[in-house]
Design a binder for this molecule. Sequence first.
Ligand code: GLC
Length: 532
Amino acid sequence: MAQAQWWQRGIFYQVYPRSFQDTNDDGIGDLDGIRARLDYLVELGIDAVWISPIFPSPMADFGYDVADYCGIDPMFGDLDAFDRLIEAAHARRLKIVLDFVPNHTSDQHPWFLESRASRENPRRDWYIWRDPAADGGPPNNWMSNFGGPAWTLDPASGQYYYHAFLTQQPDLNWRNPAVRAAMHDVLRFWMARGVDGFRVDVIWHLMKDADFRDNPPNPEYEPGDPDIRRFIQSRSTDQPDVHAIIAELRGVIDEYDDRVLIGEIYLPIDRLVAYYGENLEGAHLPFNFQLIHASWNAPHLAALIAEYDGAVPEGGWPNWVLGNHDQPRIASRIGARRARVAAMLLLTLRGTPTMYYGDEIGMENVPIATEDAQDPWEKNEPGLGLGRDPERTPMQWDASPYAGFTNGRPWLPLAADFTTRNVAVQLEQPASLLGLYRELIALRRPHPVLHAGTYRKITALGDVLVFLRESAEECVLVALNLAGTVQDDIPLPPDTHGRVLASTERDREERVEGHLSLRPYEGVIVALDATA
Ligand code: GLC
């Protein structure tokens, strides 16, 4: 293939800035903290850091409620600290990707303050205002993702405004060209400052049905489900005209060299891949969250890998994600031992992997007492297990009193096991998960087949998944045992012989001739001998 772009070869690492590294002892991470940990990231071997929102914000949704798109919240630092971070990252050949939150602003954003000031305000149409329904209630049945109706009445003007998330997160009106122009300038502002790309928040939400028709009821809704599941979001999200809007964003990205556009999209595969754009003028990487919702058995994984791999359009580039700040930790979802196998899968599938901070040391969901809950979703719909605080707890660097994260009181509690599960301890243990991640990441450089080679399933029986990654230059076999039992004599293609490059147990280097056995929860990567 042609020389791959950095975002095709590389690995993304998501930093949740509140929880990565604090330097001013307020218990909340900051930009200088991220800068102080760049060498750790270089040694881990990742290529690009995506930072969740750092812009001025009332923090109703922890920065996903932006009050100024072109500034830095004082909690995280200032523009000088940001420039220092970019410079230090680039000096280490690390890329910096920012979170771009275009669907909604904070209700404290000056645009919204103007918009709600009166019906005649020139910015009125920057947001989505509608008259009440005939009975005085909300204009339609759309629900907020965080519970309750997605419409809030503004008594002064007698109209409702739409918010797909919190009341404090009014949706912008992307049908208004002035909104689009203003947001394009935001992208230019950051790219001119050196930012290497953007992860676009809820990109599939940007356009809504022009007539604001009701969403259809969801027959699968059950009492106890979150409110958002009451209806199928077919009118409020994923509208056909969103793709033209994304193509415009992509046009702005392409004004600068070598930048990347990533879209956050929770949709089934067939609709997800539309976000590459009909002529690849959409997102470079529409995030693929299939592994987040997967059942960890071999037939299911093989089916979803095949479906996704086959659905990515010609010229489009695949990507894989195990976790993020909205999802339970991978180690908690599938267990600590299977998380090692998941690491091998993430780093051997075709395309670009994205890692979530702390997953490389196996951080688990941290139970949060009701009085410590921070996440607005948990507060709005308590007790349903929707809260996202458990996966946002401070990074566990070492065994010192606050895990090396802060000297103050951390904004969320630390995991109980941080004295034993932390970076410092795992750096000393070659067989640790961190050691495994470092090895797997390092393997991708000498073996480009791991990011670029074709994918071919060999076996998907019960708990054993075996696949090949092939290119003109090399061929690698990956065999994963997802279960806690020994798997003897796994059938391999005839005449398979090669050498074990890596095992999740980090203790195996033997030759493989014709058959393979795996220990409980073991995965191996085998470099196959070149056939003469
Ligand atoms: C995205 C973010 C999530 C946020 C929501 C609203 O899904 O990842 O954290 O709450 O958008 O902005």
